[in-house]
Write a protein that binds this ligand. Structure first.
Ligand SMILES: [Zn+2]
Length: 273
């Protein structure tokens, strides 16, 4: 039995087998692409100076991408931008040795061993190989900063974790300061773009960002009403069905956890009293 448990632990500790990870590069618009690595996306922009990548995800994703850049007419990552510093998006940047690394000024000094070459403020514009890259910080909420990358002339915005088109937000909001998150969503809504390329899930439009904000507003109102009426979180999980969002991704999986997270926030912030 001991041997069996030892073996199982060894298997669990082994990095995911390559054949289990689904990776692809798909077009978004013009010279803008998404690299998919299971449930995480990177933004790729093909320019005359090389390929710009936003978010390395992990080392294996970077190694795969380096040998698949020819799919989009490139041969090297010239610039690596970090949206934020959470490990599931920001690991393994060292795979793109030689790239100019860009992060927000509030990002950690090193991100999984990579030291940014350029730290930007809350609004920063770069001209790279014929593309205009606008970096806009959404402020604190999910992480202490969140850089949106907008690519022109394609007018694509890469927005990570704060929202995703037609998809419920992640589980019980454990990594969010929810008050700050609302502000991040509202700041994102002020940005000028047409296509919404997310860090998770399918590509959408700016209207999908507005819908993601509306979902949060409606969830907050429904949970707050219920708490003020003396209902338990268990009752709210049964009653707050968010009917208009039944067709969204992760509705069945995450609706109840969304309610739990919102109730926790409303109680902790004293709004439910
Ligand atoms: Zn994150």
């Amino acid at each position: 039995m001991k041997i069996l448990i030892g073996f199982l632990l060894a298997v669990l500790a082994t990095p995911t087998f390559a054949q289990d990870v689904k990776r692809s590069i798909e077009p978004v618009a013009g010279d803008v692409y998404l690299m998919r690595n299971n449930f995480h996306n990177s933004l790729l922009v093909a320019t005359d100076e090389g390929i710009i990548r936003v978010d390395p995800i992990n080392a294996e994703a970077g190694i795969w991408l380096n040998s698949n850049l020819d799919q989009i007419g490139g041969d090297r990552i010239s610039h690596l931008i970090y949206s934020h510093s959470h490990g599931d998006h920001a690991s393994g940047g060292g795979a793109h040795d030689g790239a100019t690394v860009i992060a927000h000024k509030d990002a950690p000094e090193t991100i999984d061993g990579v030291t940014p070459d350029l730290r930007v403020g809350d609004m920063h514009t770069l001209e790279i190989g014929g593309k205009t890259i606008e970096l806009a910080n959404l402020g604190a909420g999910h992480d202490n900063h969140m850089l949106v990358t907008i690519v022109r002339p394609e007018n694509v915005a890469f927005i990570v974790d704060v929202a995703a088109p037609k998809r419920l937000p992640f589980r019980d909001f454990a990594r969010f300061d929810i008050g700050g998150w609302f502000k991040q969503l509202e700041t994102a809504q002020t940005l000028d773009f047409e296509i919404f390329a997310p860090g998770h899930g399918a590509v959408g439009t700016k209207a999908d960002l507005d819908d993601a904000h509306t979902y949060m507003v409606e969830l907050q109102a429904a949970v707050l009403d219920g708490l003020k009426a003396g209902k338990s979180v268990e009752q709210l999980k049964a009653e707050v069905v968010m009917e208009d969002y039944k067709h969204w991704g992760q509705y069945a999986a995450w609706r109840e956890e969304n309610i739990e997270g919102m109730a926790r926030y409303l109680k902790a912030s004293g709004q439910a009293d």
